[in-house]
Design a protein around this ligand. Structure first.
Ligand code: A3P
Length: 293
């Protein structure tokens, strides 16, 4: 009888103060020496900020709105996750190296851990940020259903871990601020999940412009439809249903997709504590977020 391969939860280790999955940590030298190509396009995010949504939008734009082409493979094979090495699967770097240009690549790395070659080659990068409260809620559910990340513990425990930045890929505030500052001297299009919810066509236009594509109103409408929450939830090429690391019986990968879900999780006391911490960690930045629509 064939053995069922179910991945086990991995540890995390701290690299320059940032918690990373053990496999990323152990493979760090290879990741740091990653060789970018000038026409690589990166989608960079803090985990759970809307990465997959942007990935599908970009794939649709690159392929002129052709839905059939976007069905060619699950999203994690179409757009490798460069720092990820999962059990029983080729690593993100191996997938990237086997790809023909132009490549679309995903990363959750904070700006200070981005492999230098990506800056040297002046690659274009799309960064998507999401308000911290919804990002925290989404991450909590994700760490429950993700078989290879550490278990999040209870909601109150996870809440404290997130505030302390003791979660994979480190503190949310440093991540969003670091990339916000980097956009001043790099080719970075910085977008917000909440704007994508409010007016997806408008944000898709911005991505198109950044990618120097002009597809017209009708194709934009098609892209909006194809990348809607419901469409992506039902699409096996975007919903990660066949991914061995995710247990959808605990929580679906494409879970709720709303702005303001934090209100169904935060207690009044947690909200006050969160706001107080937020004022300190976000002090002095011009970066602002919208917590409800
Ligand atoms: P929730 O857990 O709040 O539902 P990432 O791709 O970075 O891991 O982000 C996952 C989050 O984006 C999940 O948030 C998921 O539901 C949401 N998401 C994915 N596709 C979406 C879409 N088309 N529209 C809105 N939200 C989407």
């Amino acid at each position: 009888m064939e053995e069922t391969k179910i991945p086990q939860r991995l540890d995390v280790s701290s690299l320059r103060g940032i918690m990373l999955p053990q496999s990323t940590y152990e493979n760090w030298e290879t990741i740091w020496s990653f060789q970018a190509q000038p026409d690589d396009l990166f989608i960079a995010t803090y985990p759970k900020a809307g990465t997959t949504w942007m990935q599908e939008i970009v794939d649709m734009i690159i392929h002129g709105g052709d839905k059939e082409i976007c069905q060619r493979a699950p999203i994690h094979l179409r757009q490798p996750f460069i720092e990820m090495k999962r059990p029983f699967m080729p690593s993100g770097l191996e997938l990237a190296e086997a790809m023909l240009p132009p490549r679309i690549l995903k990363t959750h790395l904070p700006v200070q851990l981005v492999p230098p070659s990506i800056w040297e080659k002046d690659c274009k990068i799309i960064y998507v940020a999401r308000n911290a409260k919804d990002n925290l809620v989404s991450y909590y559910h994700f760490q429950q259903m993700n078989r290879i990340l550490p278990h999040p513990g209870t909601w109150p425990e996870y809440f404290e871990k997130f505030l302390a930045g003791e979660v994979p890929w480190g503190p949310w505030h440093d991540h969003v601020k670091g990339w916000w500052e980097a956009r001043e001297h790099q080719r970075i299009l910085y977008l917000f999940y909440e704007d994508m919810k409010k007016d997806p066509a408008h944000e898709i236009q911005k991505v198109m412009q950044f990618l120097e594509k002009d597809l017209g109103e009708k194709v934009i409408e098609e892209i909006v439809g194809h990348t809607s929450f419901q469409a992506m939830k039902e699409n096996p090429m975007t919903n990660y249903c066949s991914h061995p690391c995710f247990d959808h019986s605990i929580s679906p990968f494409i879970r709720k997709g709303t702005v303001g879900d934090w209100k169904t999780h935060f207690t009044v006391a947690q909200n006050e504590r969160f706001d107080e911490d937020y004022r300190k960690t976000m002090k002095g930045t011009s970066l602002t977020f919208c917590n409800e629509l």
